[in-house]
Ligand binder design. Sequence first.
Ligand code: SF4
Length: 181
Amino acid sequence: MSGLRDSSEKSTHPPAPSLGGRGSLPGTREWYADGLRFECTQCGNCCTGPPGFVWFNEAEGRAMAAALGVSESEFYTRHARREGGVGGHWSLKERKTEKDSGGGGGYDCTFLDRESIPGKAICGIYHARPTQCRTWPFWPENLKSESSWQRVKRQTPCPGMSRGPLITIEQIRIQRDRSSL
Ligand code: SF4
C-alpha cells in the first residue's frame, strides 16, 4: 500500500534529494500533456498505511499551530517529530490504527479524522495542511510515467486518481513543481 505518507516509495517532500526528474526533459512533451483527472473521495488512504513521513517547514508549522489555536511549542510537542536529530527535518506524528486500507492495521497521520463524517476519513487541518499534502498526487515520482501514475493509484489505493474533473497540464506543473521545492 502506498500513499502520500508511506516511507517506502514516496513521502519524499523535503528533504527530497531522491525525487528525480520532473517528469520530462525541458522542451519535451509530458505524457500527461492533455491533463489528468483527479477528484478526492475523502477515503483517507493516502494518509495512512505503513510508517511514513509528512514533511513540513517552519512556516507550515506556524500555520498548523494557528489553525489548531495552540502555541507552536504545543503543536510541536503533540503533533511533530524531528527526523535526523538536531537540524533534521520535521514530520507530523502518526498514530496506530486498525483501519488502514489494507485492513491489517497501520499508521494514520496525526490529523486524519475518521470520526467527523461517517464513512469518510478527512484531514483535520485541511486548510493549513502542508505542501506535501496539497500537491498529492501530482508529485514528480508519480508523474514519471503513466505506469508510475497507475502503480501509485493502485498501491495507495487512491480512487480519486484518473476520475473527476480534468486537471490541466498548467495546473499539474504548478503542483508538481511546488512539491519538489
Ligand atoms: S481519494 Fe486519493 S487523495 Fe483522496 S483521500 Fe483517498 S487516497 Fe487520498
